[in-house]
Design a protein around this ligand. Structure first.
Ligand SMILES: [Zn+2]
Length: 82
């Protein structure tokens, strides 16, 4: 797995509502910082990243975000895909 780097654009997976009124979607996010305290798990990056998330409604800052490259659960980040 490629190491995330500061300034990289990744995807942040938004939380959807339980009833599905709002689906969980990908948002563009900029990597502001990278922690490396945890060993890799499979092909998933170790540690957390701190993100600046770009929503259509505005930006927010999120610390200690875990990668979830395959299931893309809400509140995680993953590498950009087409
Ligand atoms: Zn995505």
């Amino acid at each position: 797995m490629q190491k995330p780097y500061i300034g990289q654009i990744v995807h942040y997976q938004s939380y959807g509502t339980p009833g599905g009124e709002y689906p969980s979607v990908c948002r563009a996010a900029i990597v502001a910082a990278v922690d490396e305290y945890q060993p890799p798990v499979g092909d998933t990056w170790f540690g957390h990243v701190n993100l600046v998330v770009l929503n259509p409604e505005g930006m927010f800052f999120n610390r200690g975000v875990l990668q979830d490259q395959h299931e893309c659960r809400g509140g995680t980040w993953h590498m950009v895909h087409p």
